[in-house]
Design a protein around this ligand. Structure first.
Ligand code: ADP
Ligand code: ADP
Length: 219
C-alpha cells in the first residue's frame, strides 16, 4: 500500500505536485495518468525518498522511505534513467545492488531471466544497451528484492510491441500475486489495457481516482 497525504513539491515558482492525497491499494494495477510535466515522476521520486516533499507525506506500508529497514525488499522501482550505468554491465549493476542489500547472486540471474536478458545482453556495458534493454534491466532491479510494492515510471517507453505486451502481462501478474503496482503513463490507450484503477493528474493536481472503466465512461 502506498499512502499519499497532501503531498506537495515546489521547484521555485513551479508547483510540480499539489496536495496529492491518494491510497494506492495492493492486488491491483493502479495507473498514474497525466501528460508530460504533470508531476508523475516527481511523485514517484518522493515516494522513493529521492526528492523531499515541500509538505505532506508519502508512505510505503505506513513508513516513509527513510524508515524502511530493507528498502529494496519493501519497494522496487523503475524510474527514468536510473537503471543504466554507462560503463558497468547490466549484470554487474544488479550484482552491486544485490550485494549492498544482502541479496544473492543467484537471485540476480533469476530476475535477469524473468526480464528476458540473457547472458550476453546482461554482460554488455550499460551505454550499449538499447532503450528497451535498459527498461528490462531497470525492471529486473525493481524485482530484485521481491518487494510487495512496485513502481514503474513509463515502463513501456522504448519497447517494441512484444515488449509492451510483456510488460503488461508482468504488471498484471505482479498485481495478481497481491502486490501494489503503481505505473505511470501519458497514454490513456495503454492504461486502459493495463490498469484496474486510474489516478489522473494534471499540473500536479488530482483530477480523478476511480476504476479505469469509470474514468473512460466519464471522459
Ligand atoms: P511527469 O513525470 O508527469 O512528466 P515531472 O514530475 O517530471 O512530470 O515534472 C513536473 C513538473 O516539475 C514539471 O513542470 C517539471 O518541469 C518540474 N520539475 C521536475 N523536476 C524538476 C527539478 N529538478 N527542478 C525544477 N523543476 C522540476
Ligand atoms: P547510487 O547509484 O548513487 O549508488 P543507487 O542506485 O544504489 O544509488 O540507489 C540509491 C537509493 O535508491 C538507495 O537507497 C536504493 O536502495 C534506492 N534504489 C535504487 N534502485 C532502486 C530500485 N530499483 N528500487 C527501489 N529502490 C531503489
Amino acid at each position: 500500500m502506498i499512502t499519499l497525504r497532501g503531498l506537495t513539491k515546489r521547484f521555485g515558482a513551479t508547483v510540480a505536485v499539489d496536495a496529492l492525497t491518494v491510497d494506492i491499494a495492493p492486488g491491483r494495477v493502479t495507473g498514474f495518468l497525466g501528460p508530460n510535466g504533470a508531476g508523475k515522476s516527481t511523485t514517484m521520486r518522493m515516494i522513493l525518498g529521492l526528492d523531499r516533499p515541500t509538505s505532506g507525506t508519502a508512505l510505503v506500508d505506513g513508513r516513509s522511505y527513510r524508515e524502511l529497514r530493507r528498502p529494496l525488499h519493501e519497494v522496487g522501482a523503475l524510474l527514468d534513467a536510473r537503471a543504466v550505468h554507462p560503463a558497468r554491465s547490466g549484470r554487474a549493476h544488479l550484482l552491486a545492488m544485490a550485494r549492498s542489500n544482502g541479496i544473492s547472486a543467484r537471485r540476480v540471474d533469476e530476475v535477469l531471466d524473468t526480464v528476458g536478458l540473457d547472458g550476453s545482453a546482461a554482460a554488455k556495458p550499460g551505454r550499449t544497451l538499447s532503450l528497451g534493454m535498459g527498461q528490462r534491466l531497470g525492471i529486473a532491479g525493481a524485482l530484485l528484492g521481491d518487494p510487495p510494492v512496485l513502481m514503474f515510471d513509463e515502463p513501456v517507453n522504448g519497447l517494441d510491441p512484444d515488449g509492451v505486451r510483456w510488460v503488461r502481462h508482468l504488471l498484471r501478474s505482479l498485481a495478481g500475486q497481491g502486490r501494489t503496482v503503481f505505473v505511470s503513463s501519458h497514454l490513456m490507450s495503454e492504461m486502459q489495457l493495463t490498469a484496474d484503477q486510474l489516478v489522473v493528474i494534471g499540473r500536479g493536481r488530482l483530477l480523478a481516482d476511480a476504476p479505469v472503466g469509470d474514468v473512460i465512461a466519464g471522459s
